[in-house]
Design a protein around this ligand. Sequence first.
Ligand code: HEC
Length: 234
Amino acid sequence: MSQQSKHELSTIDVSLKALFTGYLLVVGLGLCMAFAQILFTHGMADGKFGLSVDDIVYSYYGNREGSRLEMKLQGSMKLMADEATRAEIIKWVRNGSPEDTWNSSIQTLVTANCVRCHGVIPGIPDYRTYEGIKTVTAIDEGATVPTLARVSHIHLFGIAFIFFFIGFIFTKTSGIPDWLKVTAISFPYGFLATDVFSWWATKWIPEFAYLTIISGTGYSIASAFMIFTSLYQM
Ligand code: HEC
């Protein structure tokens, strides 16, 4: 509180006020747009509008029960093979559908149960070959490591910059206890780090999706507080 007299946002030069106000308004708008974009991309990942833990899990961890072959074998293709056969095919899909197991056993099962249609009826996938069945065995594993690395570094550099200026302007507010200032300024950085960490963690452990939501909410609140306080004092 000792800086109170030194830094008064209300008394700074009018041109600096214009600069700070313009910056905060545009960055505030940018943060809203970022939120809208998250709603439209990740928000729809589970097929429902609105951001939920499932959306984050689908985006980063993927939908690992989700190969079309398995879905169909539990659904409309259920009657095409007996239970033991279906179990074996599903196990193979879950193991990543390796080609050597296809050659040694799965192809025989599929040939016996499926190719009287899949390979004969035009318009439905042909399962006589490994390449043919591969089109429905893919398991959605979410974001890839190269994608995560790319998005993480852009996010860390870009957002750190935004928080720097928001925080810098906020240091010049008055009447706010030092502990609150220090907390508001450091929180976004802490949450930014846990946010990016949680994406990577969710890729392997879906429960970390909760940390993504906590972090995002955390730095939104902290930066909204700094933006509104600074704007108000100017
Ligand atoms: C009597 C014919 C017939 C047999 C036998 C059959 N299917 Fe099908 N299959 C179809 C038809 C018709 C469709 C398209 C309609 C549908 O999706 O239900 C289809 C669709 C599928 C699809 C979805 C393909 C896509 O691109 O969406 C999968 C996967 C599939 N079958 C797997 C199998 C497997 C595995 C077997 C053997 C255990 C099998 N089917 C046996 C007729 C058959």
